[in-house]
Design a protein around this ligand. Sequence first.
Ligand code: GDU
Length: 477
Amino acid sequence: MSQKQLDSVTKALSTYPGRDKAIRSLAFYLLLHAPGSVRQKELQALAKQLSGCRLVMRQFNHPSMIKACQMLLQTKKGDPIEYYAGAGVTIIYTVYGVAELIAWLADAGILALDAARWYRYCLYLWIGGMKILVTGAAGFIGSHTVLELVESGYDVFCIDNFVNAVADDQGRPVSLLRVAEITGKQIPFEKCDVCDINQLDEIFKKHKFDGLIHLAALKAVGESVAKPYDYYSNNLVASLNLIKMCQKYGVKNFIFSSSATVYGPPKELPITENSPTGQGITNPYGQTKYMMEQILIDVGKAEPDWNIVLLRYFNPVGAHKSGKIGEDPKGVPNNLMPFVSQVAIGKLPVLTIYGDKFDTPDGTGVRDYIHIVDLAKGHVKALDRIKAKGHIGTEIYNLGTGTGYSVKEMVAAMEKASGRKISTKIGVPRPGDVATVYCDPALAKEKLNWQAEFGLDDMCCDLWRWQTQNPNGFLEA
Ligand SMILES: O=c1ccn([C@@H]2O[C@H](COP(=O)(O)OP(=O)(O)O[C@H]3O[C@H](CO)[C@H](O)[C@H](O)[C@H]3O)[C@@H](O)[C@H]2O)c(=O)[nH]1
């Protein structure tokens, strides 16, 4: 190949948009084999470009790898270094290229989901998985998210302070031990309060994280009204500490657990990501979620090479189909479905329905309930998108089904799943409750290739399995 041809090919390949890592890898390969050290600058530029995809291109971002490549460019023909390095690079690219091709076929819907999973394992095995810090990992959303991450080939490191999770007598998180049982993989864990910046610093120093999923937060709406200081200080300090650590250690992928609560009382239905936020939020818990979104949006503007994904959850319910992990609220549940399942099993006598005079078909409140496993997969999809694109900036997604069910419909569905009668009585509306909340999940479908797969029956059957197998939650009976 002549110099001129090489120039035009590398130019075309290195600017190729979309799912382009394999193409750019090819450009990289061509540059490696180009004559003379003139290529060095271009090689570095391309390596920098590829660093956006560091999740799958770790080795190539590593300074020693870059140095080896530079050495390679300067070596003379016939030099054994050139031969071995060239052979090594070729093998890696061959494997990488196959994996990338399979990923592309899966993305295009030509291969089944299992192939996508295989692809991630392939990347994990051959090139190294993306290492993700999960905060609040032992909680309801955390444990399910960790499970899905691990099943998808991500490398996780979990932290939790047990404020809302159960430890065994050796101080290990029971929920994550169960995740280890289900997946057959060890789940690395350290007890850590994200508000403790010194411990956090040690953890960041020790592990080279590629990204994090920040779930740790106090989350009881009513309690937040009674203890505003605790909520503001805990939820904000924890998140600010993480941002600081990400800046210090160059971690640029930040997934944040936001909530439908940021929309306040809905001004329009369904709620889209462009619906107004921050107006009419009635409790400090909701305010902390809104404030954190604002802070992260500003951080995203100041750090243009970061990827920040704000996931606005609607109402997560249900449990993993194994029945081994699920929601384990401390004391009397605040949320509807854990309360309903505890009435069904006889732990609580009667459900109070908070008002039946709302402007809804049966007068009771309507919400967008989403299966916890679907919600957990939303996090994996957000990371997959970052992995595929390299750089996305700040993005916001609703995670809901787009369908609303009333309190009475939920009770009926749970009666069907459990085969038991659930006693109810009508009470007064809970302060701050609105009639109807449901989202438009179209954006997540379009960009994340994610949509809820489980329906109401799955949510209730899985919740009931968890409830019956674990009548006392994670504490042994
Ligand atoms: O004992 C109960 C509990 C709830 N409900 C009703 O059931 C529906 C769902 O209530 P949840 O408490 O389960 O959920 P919310 O929609 O009120 O709250 C959820 O959404 C909020 C934002 O809107 C916060 O994010 C919160 O953390 C999250 O659980 C509401 O109509 C509520 O009035 C009852 O009738 N009786």
